[in-house]
Design a protein around this ligand. Sequence first.
Ligand code: AP5
Ligand code: MG
Ligand code: ZN
Length: 217
Amino acid sequence: MILILLGAPGAGKGTQSERIIEDYNIIQISTGDILREEVKKETELGKIAKSYMDKGELVPDDIIIGMMENRLKQDDAQNGVILDGFPRTIAQAEALDKLLEKLGKKLDVVINLEVPFDVLVNRLTARVYCSVCKKTYNLIFSPPKIEGVCDVCGGRLVRRDDDNEETVKNRLNVYLEQTQPLIDYYKEKGILKNIDGNRSPDEVYNDIKNILENIKK
Ligand code: AP5
Ligand code: MG
Ligand code: ZN
């Protein structure tokens, strides 16, 4: 199964991916997570990516497409993947279509999480995540039991560099200009499912599960 989680920054792509991978035998590929690892390791790619990410701009398509081509060919991606944060431009979506065709695979569904922008700003500026196991928390909506400490592994909770208000606003503008057109792109292909993402994570996940159960049949 190959599914895309589409949605603006803060829509809940990462949060829902955590749930999906627990119940289904598939992996999550988050371009944002891969890029943040490269930034942390201070690789050449990481240095280039950081200059875009810190401003809330998209990393150039050719870099992302090359990176995903390699990632999708790896062994652990053969059973099924959740694409989280990719594609994000029409050029990336077209490259993905070609790549999947080459690999003899097909895209099963695109799940679009809809959340109003004012809610997104509140979610992102209150997000923290575990520096060790990467679990995501929210200081308003889902705080950890002990401040600054991961419930699961005891790791230290940190903020993302791009979760400050100014960068968040730019990320949302970039989404409107470059990523939102993908909604029509996939609607025309007949594989788009819209979900109201402005409910509790459990309610959102229930809808996702219903969609995925129908695909498996
Ligand atoms: P990326 O890491 O993909 O960030 P993003 O798209 O901005 O999305 P987020 O990870 O911020 O949001 P999310 O939807 O995963 O929300 P989450 O579940 O964490 O990309 C970062 C940067 O990398 C980009 O700006 C770009 O520079 C670069 N990049 C990445 N991919 C690229 C690509 N393909 N092309 C070019 N450049 C690329 O939830 C957010 C918060 O809300 C959390 O605190 C969570 O606990 C909370 N929350 C979640 N769901 C709910 C709910 N239902 N109710 C209440 N709170 C909730
Ligand atoms: Mg995410
Ligand atoms: Zn942890």
